[in-house]
Design a protein around this ligand. Structure first.
Ligand SMILES: [Fe+2]
Length: 315
């Protein structure tokens, strides 16, 4: 396989800590053409996909979870092209050896020029979304490496250290999984967002927890997204997890978010213990199935009545 990325050591020096943007050639592999994607969708087990529908209700954007409802991969793809849908195929390493192999090579090439940082990659997902879909303002728990393959999208990124756009208690709630990753957002913040236009062949990663929103601009959008941690990112996760636990369950008011030093290490140990004992589990939110793709009108959805809605099992 020929080289998949154009990234120099100099360009990659902020990998895992800052915004790094470079070119890639995944779109030349053919693995993301319609036929290949349709087959991939056909091969994705129920436990490994999430299809969501976005619509505006009142002044609020609502994001709900659905099911393919027996549609073929080609029909699902067509529904996404015509509808307001966002599909995540979660953990391609489990059901697509071809995509897994090409991403392993791409990440090996990234690793060759970012030897200064130790990364621990967990899952790699493929995102397929409608031409005019949006992803609401949110923050992701791990570091994210985003490879844009098809379509155009506008990515708005904010400074994760700015407590106005990301208060500590909000990040704690996301990390404790009390809330979906969407969080409070004010349109005025767009004025100071870092705006990045993603075209096919652009790859980027940004600081951990950097809040962002995405507006698709044109065409079916296809991206590969990998979650990863560095040792520093794991400590940040542990510190916020422990702070959230102490605030909610122990009546304390932790203010330090330092990820170095004895206190930080003690907090990380506490987070591991709390997670092991499942002490916060009952507060975690469920993912509810509330619509089906419509087999008669491709691109439409069938809303489920409350009595027919049920939790979706995900692995
Ligand atoms: Fe995200």
């Amino acid at each position: 396989m020929s080289k998949l990325i154009d990234l120099s050591v100099e360009q990659g020096k902020d990998y895992g800590t800052g915004l790094v943007k470079f070119h890639h050639h995944l779109n030349e592999t053919g693995l993301f053409d319609d036929d290949e994607l349709a087959e991939l969708i056909d091969n994705t087990p129920r436990e490994y996909y999430m299809i969501t529908h976005m619509n505006v209700e009142g002044r609020k954007m609502i994001w709900r979870n659905g099911d393919f409802n027996g549609l073929s991969g080609a029909e699902v793809l067509e529904a996404i092209k015509q509808g307001q849908l966002w599909l995540c195929l979660r953990g391609i390493e489990k059901f697509s050896p071809e995509h897994h192999e090409v991403m392993e090579q791409a990440f090996a090439e990234v690793g060759d020029v970012t030897k200064h940082v130790k990364t621990d990659r967990s899952q790699t997902h493929i995102l397929i979304s409608s031409p005019n879909a949006s992803v609401l303002y949110h923050t992701d728990i791990p570091l994210i490496h985003h490879w844009h393959v098809r379509g155009k999208k506008r990515f708005y990124l904010w400074d994760e250290t700015d407590k106005t756009v990301l208060p500590d208690e909000t990040l704690e709630a996301v990390i404790l999984r009390e809330t979906e990753e969407e969080i409070h957002y004010d349109k005025k913040w767009d004025e100071f967002a870092n705006i990045i236009d993603l075209e096919p062949g652009i790859s980027c990663t940004w600081p951990q927890n950097g809040p962002h929103k995405v507006d698709n601009l044109d065409g079916l959008n296809v991206s590969v997204v990998a979650e990863y941690f560095t040792p520093q990112a794991k400590r940040k996760y542990g510190v916020y997890y422990a702070n959230g636990f102490l605030r909610r369950y122990m009546g304390m008011n932790p203010t330090s978010t330092k990820t170095e030093g004895l206190v930080a290490y003690a907090k990380c140990a506490l987070a591991v213990a709390v997670k092991k004992l499942n002490l916060t589990k009952k507060q975690e939110r469920d993912m509810i199935l509330s619509f089906l793709l419509d087999p008669k009108n491709i691109g439409d959805i069938i809303n489920l009545q409350t009595k027919d809605q049920k939790p979706i099992m995900q692995l």
